[in-house]
Write a protein that binds this ligand. Structure first.
Ligand SMILES: C[S@@+](CC[C@H](N)C(=O)[O-])C[C@H]1O[C@@H](n2cnc3c(N)ncnc32)[C@H](O)[C@@H]1O
Length: 281
């Protein structure tokens, strides 16, 4: 097999992976307790998003932060919500229609090779997507190329798995339940768990004034809501769909048990750890 054929196969596998998860993401996108939404303001501020701008969001998934940005750029601005697979953007479209947002465009775009001219955008954001392209250097170069000189790109990536308690707890409980090794090395989602990884890639792509900030939050969440269901559905869509109602109940009970050490009365206190990385084109 040639290198190109290997690459095509890897990208096709990525597309199938995300297309298979899209229904669960769409279904859970509106749930009140979304652990990622509080990051939107920090991401937009870091990228310098303002009213009237033309901005692009990479790997928008079911629509964030693209739809929140549509509010900030306002009627004179425009947001391009992009993703590898149309199935994911289906959720973004549905939510934008419900919110009557008219200034969002939806574009299928692989981060490796963005379908825009040089210098098209005033700002670029990417929330929890930069871990997934196989060639992060190509993705960073494409991001820099489509920005106007002097404008900023802001990327959010997850820190270490064990510092992201909800991911860690649900992953361990589910893997144990499915008879898989709970200690197996996590996949791409935590690829930039080590400090400095994204900074190095952004500098090599020619970004200037590159910074990295750790965002560590101990989030308080009411213990009587089943907020963690969205996490199970998104990460284990295929496995969850195959469970009987009784098996599902047993899995859910094991998640509740695994969350017990993080409970303080009526609240869970669950740490999240993300890295905010910014560069100027
Ligand atoms: C964890 S989701 C994040 C979605 C959204 N930004 C959020 O924070 O809710 C990752 C997204 O990256 C997309 N993705 C994966 N590889 C990609 C690539 N090479 N180019 C563009 N998008 C990609 C997936 O389809 C998926 O929607």
């Amino acid at each position: 097999m040639t290198v190109d054929a290997d690459e095509d196969e890897a990208r096709a596998a990525q597309r199938a992976h995300w297309a298979g998860r899209a229904a669960a993401w769409n279904r859970t996108a509106d749930e009140g307790v979304n652990q990622a939404d509080p990051y939107n303001a920090r991401l937009m501020d870091a990228a310098g998003v303002k009213a009237g701008q033309t901005v692009v969001d990479l790997a928008s998934g079911a629509g964030e932060p693209a739809l929140t940005m549509a509010g900030r750029v306002g009627a004179r601005g425009i947001v391009f919500a992009t993703d590898l697979v149309p199935e994911m953007l289906g959720g973004a479209r549905r939510r934008a229609t419900q919110a009557r947002l008219a200034n969002v465009r939806y574009v299928i775009a692989d981060m490796h090779d963005l379908p825009y001219r040089d210098g098209s955008f005033d700002a670029l954001t990417c929330r929890f997507g930069f871990m997934f392209p196989d060639d992060s250097q190509a993705a960073a170069s494409a991001a820099r190329r489509v920005l106007k000189p002097g404008c900023r790109a802001a990327f959010l990536v997850w820190g270490p798995l064990e510092e992201n308690v909800l991911f860690d707890v649900t992953r361990r409980a589910t893997r144990r339940f499915l008879g898989l090794d709970p200690d197996e090395t996590p996949g791409k989602r935590h690829r930039f768990a080590e400090a400095g990884g994204v900074v190095e890639v952004l500098r090599a792509a020619g970004f200037a004034e590159v910074t990295e900030t750790d965002l560590v939050d101990d989030n308080e969440t009411p213990a009587d809501t089943r907020f963690w269901r969205a996490r199970l559905e998104r990460s284990y869509a295929k496995e969850m769909a195959a469970l009987t109602a009784e098996a599902r109940q047993r899995l859910e009970a094991s998640v509740v048990e695994a969350l017990e050490p993080y409970r303080d009365g009526a609240l869970y206190r669950l740490r999240t750890f993300a890295r905010l990385c910014v560069g100027t084109a």
